[in-house]
Design a protein around this ligand. Sequence first.
Ligand code: TXA
Ligand code: MG
Length: 340
Amino acid sequence: MPNLPDVEPGHVEHAADTLRGGGLVAFPTETVYGLGADAENVAAVERVFAVKGRPPTHPLIVHLSGAHQLSDWAVEVPDAAHRVAERFWPGPLTVVLRAGPRVPRAVTGGLDTVALRVPDHPVSLALLAAFGGGVAAPSANRFGAVSPTTADHVRDGLGAEVDYVLDGGSCAVGVESTIVDLTGEPAILRPGGVTRDDLEHALGHSVPVRVESAVRVPGQHPSHYAPRARVVLVEPGHVLGHAEFLHAHGCRVGVLVPPGFAGGSGGCAGQRVIAVPESGARYARRLYEFLRDFDRHGCEVVVASVPAPDGLGLAIADRLRRAAGSRSRAGHGSELFNSP
Ligand code: TXA
Ligand code: MG
């Protein structure tokens, strides 16, 4: 259950009016904050791309108030979509379906498919119900930067360019939704808040992760979800040693210490050490906050390791790899940098 937000009803109405007037509203979801526009207002959608600095070929997710709206936005709604909507909505799952005529091309970047999701946060659900239509929303950060998990992160990143910010506290899941393509054989395009296991269980068969072939999903871009600091990924047993090596060479280092490799949190001068929570859910909830913390403390390099790809570990591993981007080319064990 997300944090109970302290938002008065009038604020939600004002936000819905802002959307109706073609304005941009940042709003909380259970995953990260979104930068919302009326999905059917092309000028408003174009402004979302401009404010984010995002190329128009990266399509937006349309947020709905319930699964009953699926057929308003998609032309074919396969059984699999009904099944996962029933099981996971509201929740951190986005389905990609064939787009209906109502979806402007500005939203899909010219694709004939559309990404749809019903977020699980009382404030976003209230906003979507009050607005009535679809809300096109990417994460409320500049393109390539770390996603916001509090209203302050949104204000810090986008400031006056957003017409209204709904504050619903900090996001409970902390990483973005899982994106599943249901236009053919189901495939995961982005691991996220719904685990692969849970998705496979709901669909009754295995679901491949097809991150690399998904043309429009972030990751083609060399560094995504990235802090200012360079992120270097090493084997878990080498994190502390590698950090020490960089520190000894005069780098300000941020360290994400994997569970079981104690060292405590805090750090000495020039080093900022955060012990990663053992639970994947808790780690996911705080991952972006940790990356922001390193930036705030002026770290030049962040040393981390990729968690095992089970549960939320798959999404965390994905975000860390994207944060490292082409800069470390860390993917699998064999490609990892080794500690000196
Ligand atoms: O948790 C989330 O999904 C958050 C919250 C705000 O809902 N939203 C989010 O949006 O992460 P964004 O725009 O940062 O990432 C959504 C990704 C885009 O990078 C895009 O590549 C992919 O969804 N996407 C959107 N439409 C698609 C489509 N038709 N086919 C394939 N991928 C699509
Ligand atoms: Mg994003």
